[in-house]
Design a protein around this ligand. Structure first.
Ligand code: PLP
Length: 396
């Protein structure tokens, strides 16, 4: 055999989301782009805040190009990491330093690094909470660990603690949480985080292990109605934060984010070294230099979240009025909707007949639901209601 069967398999199969997006492009060529309602991707549509382009211009005009585009330290520029630490401390009342941060190429890399850094043998397990970002399984299995999933709690899309408790074992290395959540739009309440922290502390003590929380937070700043997103390190010491500027600064193509390793985590200096080691082993060293430097002047800036809120309100109200059962998102930019038949794959296929591209949540561990991404043009949302209505009438 010439190539790895598992890597071949991953590389030759597109994700359901990508498949739908590609299908949309083909359909647009046939029926016209204005007649295809593509709600498939989570690609930010709000422009990056002005500070991003201003800083790119300033840096390219004033800084010598060798330094600007050269390799940074493997873990990232000290100036960038200091700026991130200071921003986090100011915002959350924490006391991080530059050396708690490892710069990466986005949350995907941050997660892969954490799983790799914590995996010690093939029995190690990571638990995800459904609905979950499907790439978690890819990253966890690539790290050589086992993937386990807690079924969804569909009332408020928080955590089914009874199910989670039943899954924790002496092999559990970490529990992955993602709040604000892709795909449900739920934000985990402080009560949920406290309960999770208590359960994992109790179980770690019982097993004589350390069960980590891996907090995947690319949507932290995209929240509505003043909802608060608890900062997990304040509730639980053994936490690793995976952050990305893909969504908050609308920079998904630039690939910039970080892993945060708090001092309070067990063996924190060894843990940080293992994070750096995993970064090295996976080739995630020296995150993009230009964007590390841009970040320094953009701490706390975001794209205009009110535009997502406008879309959320428009879509939620429009679909609810037609009769769809929708979960009101508190954050991120996805509307989670009950499919009109049990088989959400079939429902998503049926929606294609109306040129509505909505993603079945079966792949997110939550069959019976669909994800409708509303980081799209407001105008497309308005034009899509007729198609949503026709789809509804096919069932009711
Ligand atoms: N985690 C979640 C929940 C996401 O939705 C995404 C991207 O959509 C990622 C991680 C990966 O983000 P990045 O672009 O920073 O790699």
């Amino acid at each position: 055999m010439i190539v790895s069967e598992s890597m071949y398999d991953l590389g030759s199969r597109r994700s359901v989301i990508r498949d739908l997006f590609e299908y949309g492009k083909q359909r647009a060529a046939v029926v016209g782009a204005e007649n295809v309602y593509d709600f498939s991707l989570g690609n930010p549509t709000v422009p990056a805040p002005d500070c991003v382009n201003e800083e790119i211009r300033r840096l390219t005009e004033t800084m010598d190009s060798i330094t600007l585009h050269g390799y940074t330290s493997a873990q990232g520029d000290a100036e960038t990491r200091t700026a991130v630490a200071e921003y986090l401390n100011k915002t959350h009342g924490t006391s991080f330093k530059a050396d708690n941060l490892y710069m990466t190429v986005g949350a995907a890399a941050s997660l892969s690094i954490c799983f790799r850094a914590l995996t010690t043998c093939a029995e190690d397990e990571f638990i995800v909470i459904a609905p979950f970002f499907p790439e978690y399984r890819v990253f966890i299995e690539a790290a050589g660990a086992k993937f386990k999933m807690v079924p969804p709690e569909t009332k408020g899309f928080q955590i089914d603690f009874a199910a989670l408790e039943g899954m924790l074992t002496e092999h559990t290395k970490g529990v992955v949480i993602n709040s604000p959540n892709n795909p449900s739009g739920a934000v985990y309440s402080e009560e949920t985080i406290k309960k999770l922290a208590q359960l994992l502390s109790d179980k770690s003590r019982e097993f004589g292990t350390h069960i980590f929380i891996i907090a995947d937070e690319p949507y932290r700043e995209i929240v509505y109605d003043g909802v608060q997103v608890p900062y997990v390190t304040k509730y639980y010491d053994d936490t690793l934060v995976c952050y990305s500027y893909s969504k908050s600064l609308s920079l998904p193509g630039e690939r910039i984010g970080y892993v945060l390793v708090p001092d309070e985590a067990c063996e924190s200096s060894r843990l940080y070294a293992a994070v750096a080691g995993a970064g090295r082993a996976l080739g995630y060293v020296c995150a993009p230099s230009l964007f590390q430097k841009v970040l320094v002047s953009c701490m706390g800036a975001t794209g205009d979240v009110s535009l997502y809120q406008k879309n959320r309100d428009l879509l939620y109200e429009g679909l609810t009025k037609i009769g769809y059962e929708c979960f009101l998102p508190q954050g991120a930019f996805y509307l989670f909707v009950k499919a009109l038949e049990e088989d959400s794959d079939a429902f998503s296929e049926k929606a294609k007949e109306e040129d509505l591209l909505i993603v079945s949540a079966a792949g997110f561990g939550c069959p019976g639901y669909v994800r409708i991404s509303y980081c799209v043009d407001e105008d497309m949302i308005r034009r899509s209601f007729g198609a949503f209505e026709r789809l509804y009438r096919k069932y009711r």
